[in-house]
Ligand binder design. Structure first.
Ligand SMILES: [Zn+2]
Ligand SMILES: [Zn+2]
Length: 374
């Protein structure tokens, strides 16, 4: 069928190249659902992949987009997760068979790259050239997509209005990654003092989740005053402006935590100086969690003996270790009860305005841009 999609082409002069194009979607196969995409969130990972390709990172040209919601219009013969007419939320895919998948940790699937970064031909352009799809099993930067069953969560019973769909658009990655990192991976409790560095959609979701868990101290760290204010509104008990704190964020955290440091530190920036500082100000026996993506060649030196004596753990967060079919309904439940006001992070744009939406996300003007496809 003929569809519209934002096609990602190989970058030129390190500039990502996106283009809205009319392309042809191939027929829906056995394990796929044809989804009419209502709205798709833009995540920084899309912009990362628009600059990177080759090997495990997949080829150009392709259709990105890994947060979306839509209506099921057709299903393949093997599909059981949803039926025609259902509303679905789209998240990451997993192989379902490896050791991580069968032990209920699909975000750490041993085949995560192969399954999610998509190299299979899913579309054709007018000239007959193949385009890749299946990005995170969904490639939701399009008005229709064939989505892998493993990426689909049925949310029909929680959709009351069109606005619900816009608010739910980013549940599949940003909101899930931030909140599940707090509730599942870090498994925080009331005694915890949590630092969250980087207050975009991921970091602010983490702030809201820490409030839901009633953590005694919740510290938001960012360089934008507007985001720090929003973090306060959403549950941060303290905020640190990195520009004002200069190089001494560690001192600011220690002063708030009576000299102990944070029991859980979550980095959602991928900025190495902050990550190094975070590991330093994390309390003994505390957890340092990597969630933001640094440059691919980023490395860290560690004095092993000194680190050993602290008893700290370093954890890598992939989607917060969430199981989407459990965590997405949980987030919707929080949202409906007013505890997870993701509507305050979302700004909608017409799909054609995707370049403006990306610019606004990069400048910090918009926390979570959501493209509306109708
Ligand atoms: Zn797996
Ligand atoms: Zn993402």
């Amino acid at each position: 069928m003929n569809i519209r999609a934002i096609v990602s082409h190989s970058p030129e002069n390190d500039e990502a190249r996106f283009c809205m194009e009319d392309i042809v979607l191939r027929e829906t196969q056995g394990n796929e659902l044809l989804v009419e995409i209502v709205a798709s969130g833009i995540c920084s990972t899309d912009l990362f992949f628009a600059h990177a390709a080759g090997g495990e990172l997949g080829p150009f040209p392709r259709v990105l987009g890994h947060e979306g919601v839509g209506w099921v219009r057709a299903i393949g013969r093997e599909v059981t997760v949803a039926a025609v007419g259902d509303a679905v939320s789209l998240s990451f895919a997993s192989c379902t068979k490896c050791k991580a998948c069968i032990s209920f940790h699909p975000a750490y699937c041993h085949k995560f790259s192969a399954v999610n970064y998509g190299a299979s031909a899913a579309y054709q352009r007018a000239g007959g050239e193949d385009l890749s799809g299946y990005f995170f099993g969904q490639s939701s930067f399009a008005n229709y997509s064939n989505v892998l069953q493993e990426s689909v969560v049925n949310i029909s019973k929680w959709v009351d209005t069109e606005q619900d769909m816009y608010n739910y658009a980013a549940l599949g990655c940003s909101f899930q990654s931030g909140s599940a990192t707090v509730t599942k991976l870090a498994s925080v409790g009331t005694e915890d003092s949590v630092v969250i560095m980087g207050l975009g959609a991921v970091g602010l979701s983490a702030i809201m989740a820490a409030k839901i868990q009633e953590c005694s101290i919740i510290i938001g760290v960012d360089r934008f005053e507007s985001r720090l204010q929003l973090a306060r509104d959403l549950g941060a008990t303290h905020v640190i402006n990195t520009i004002e704190a200069g190089h001494d964020i560690a001192a600011a955290v220690k002063s708030i935590t009576s000299g102990t440091g944070s029991t859980v530190t979550i980095d959602a920036t991928g900025f190495m100086p902050l990550i190094k500082s975070g590991l330093d100000f994390t309390a003994n026996k505390g957890k340092m969690i990597f969630l933001g993506v640094p440059p691919l060649d980023a490395e860290m030196n560690l004095n092993v003996v000194r680190f050993m004596a602290t008893g700290k753990s370093i954890l890598g967060s992939m989607e917060g270790d969430a199981i989407p079919s459990e965590h997405i309904p949980c987030m919707i439940d929080w949202f409906k009860s007013g505890k997870f006001p993701i509507n305050r992070l979302v700004r909608t744009y017409k799909a054609e305005e995707f370049k403006l939406a990306m610019t606004d996300m990069k400048s910090g003007l918009t926390i979570k841009p959501v493209l509306v496809w109708k």
